[in-house]
Design a binder for this molecule. Structure first.
Ligand code: SAH
Length: 219
């Protein structure tokens, strides 16, 4: 019997020209070099952490060819589901990294990014796991390093306890909240918004969607 050589998602990522498998590369070949070596321009860099299957970031990339996008996802098996969308994209402004976001400062130089999107991040409901939440003070400190002076973060969730935690934590980390919205789609789908896969599901089942944006007080 002949064995079929079925490639796993880890291997598919190694072969994909738009995706970096973080544990197979030297981060120093990327850190501070995204625009010079990979996008070949000096456009702003916007990233999404926990991009899932990539609907949000591929839609943004298509709409905004003058911005460079990088999607980050920790699971290979999830990230490969974004490959078809990436393939159909006719612009050259979208890359993916398969990595654990805790290591984000290994891959981005101070001030290298201009915006960070966090969409429907894992809630980690147990108190002892609070530091794993992508809006914890530990993560805010990492964002503080890699964001440019005028950069900001935008966070969406359907999880009220996580949203309230995030608002508190973000303020305590010394950031200013610009928008805090407790029902983004109150009057039908919000206009200044792109729905993620999770958001579509929660919206259809009638759950309120929460959104906030925050920037630092830069002196
Ligand atoms: N943003 C997508 C997916 C939400 S689910 C959407 O809104 O539809 C949250 C995603 O974040 C999952 O795919 C999960 O694997 C990823 N994720 C959670 N914590 C992460 C981390 N620390 N680093 C990288 N990805 C993470």
């Amino acid at each position: 019997m002949r064995l079929r050589n079925v490639k796993g998602s880890y291997e598919l990522i190694l072969e994909n020209p738009y995706t970096i498998q973080a544990d197979a590369v030297n981060p120093d070949n990327y850190k501070g070099l995204w625009n010079r070596n990979y996008f070949h321009n000096s456009h702003p860099i916007h990233i999404e952490i926990g991009m899932g299957k990539g609907q949000f970031i591929t839609t943004l990339a298509k709409q905004n060819p003058g911005i460079n996008y990088i999607g980050i996802e920790k699971y290979s098996s999830v990230l490969v589901k974004a490959f078809d969308k990436r393939k159909q994209l006719e612009t050259d402004n979208l890359l993916f990294i398969r990595m654990e976001a805790e290591n984000i400062t290994d891959f981005f130089a101070p001030k290298e990014t201009d915006r960070i999107y966090l969409n429907f991040s894992d809630p980690w409901p147990k108190d002892r796991h609070a530091k794993r939440r992508l809006t914890s003070r530990q993560f805010m400190e990492r964002y503080n390093i890699i964001l440019s002076a005028n950069g900001f973060i935008q966070f969406k969730t359907d999880n009220r306890p996580l949203f309230d935690f995030s608002a508190r934590e973000i303020k305590e980390a010394g950031w200013c909240i610009d928008e805090i919205n407790y029902n983004l789609h109150k009057d039908g789908p919000a206009k200044d918004n792109i729905m993620t896969e999770y958001e579509q599901k929660f919206y259809m089942s009638g759950n309120p969607i929460y959104r906030l944006t925050a920037h630092r007080d830069v002196v």
